[in-house]
Design a protein around this ligand. Structure first.
Ligand SMILES: C[S@@+](CC[C@H](N)C(=O)[O-])C[C@H]1O[C@@H](n2cnc3c(N)ncnc32)[C@H](O)[C@@H]1O
Length: 252
């Protein structure tokens, strides 16, 4: 049962923990149709490189079976990459809580390499609809900061992975370089919501996205949270001056 007394962040606002998921769902319902275009525009295409690097780190095997779970899979970007990069024995479940995002993902599958190896599943990162110890790999890209109870989602990742399975998370991080940090802030708070308004007709969901990035724990703090969930050899790599980081852990 959600604890409605407890508060959490929704962007820069404090909201009841039990309300956050519905608010996040509203954001992604409203951006789903323009999500892929906006991703390219907002990141100046960089999200493609970050996702390629995530999948290169995962390095799914070409010659043996590989069961992969991509959580908060949205429109399938990471799932398609994992499927295309693995061999014929690679199977990917792309799980997302939002039916609108999944609808866009399913409609892209026919046009994407590896699309026939991807199954889209509606479900919540905090309560994965899978048994224990079934996946060789778990990824979550730009998803974990939207999940109300991150600790529970991390425990679920650990539960669903097999021993020897790998957890990888691509998420926004902190830009700590002088000058670059101010440019990045100006771009995020001025350009992104304006772009959202011009292209998608509403700047508000994009304001939430930018604020939620700033609220996400530091890479060091998030590393500790991953370790607390039970993962071993936990580490992270910063990319693009700290705009994003790839976090890695193993279930050993
Ligand atoms: C920014 S999008 C990322 C989509 C995709 N991974 C990508 O990188 O393009 C965040 C996604 O997280 C999903 N999401 C939010 N809360 C979730 C939850 N509790 N469980 C599963 N997915 C969730 C949203 O529906 C949305 O599709």
């Amino acid at each position: 049962m959600p604890d409605f007394e407890q508060q959490t962040d929704f962007g820069d606002r404090r909201v009841p923990l039990g309300d956050k998921q519905a608010m996040v769902d509203d954001v992604f319902r409203s951006v789903a149709r323009r999500y892929d275009l906006m991703n390219d525009l907002m990141s100046l295409g960089l999200h493609r490189m970050w996702k390629d690097l995530l999948v290169a780190k995962l390095n799914p095997p070409k010659r043996r079976a590989f069961a992969h779970l991509d959580v908060a899979g949205g429109t399938g970007d990471v799932a398609f990459r994992v499927a295309a990069s693995g061999g014929p024995g690679t199977r990917v479940s792309a799980l997302d809580v939002n039916p609108e995002m999944l609808r866009v993902g399913r409609s892209r599958a026919g046009r994407r390499r590896g699309g026939d190896r991807v199954t889209f599943v509606e479900g919540n990162a905090e309560a994965l609809p899978f048994p224990d110890d079934v996946f060789d790999g778990y990824t979550i890209a730009f998803g974990i900061r939207n999940v109300p109870r991150i600790e529970i989602a991390l425990k679920e990742a650990f539960r669903a992975l097999k021993r020897g399975g790998r957890f990888l998370c691509l998420e926004f991080s902190r830009v700590d370089t002088p000058v670059l940090d101010r440019l990045y802030d100006a771009y995020s708070f001025a350009v992104i919501p304006a772009l959202g308004k011009a292209v998608a007709g509403d700047g508000e969901p994009y304001r939430y996205l930018v604020e939620s990035i700033r609220r996400f724990p530091s890479a060091e703090r998030f590393r500790a949270m991953i370790a607390d969930a039970g993962f071993s050899r936990v580490d992270f790599t910063r990319l693009s001056g700290g705009v994003v980081a790839i976090h890695s852990g193993w279930k050993l």
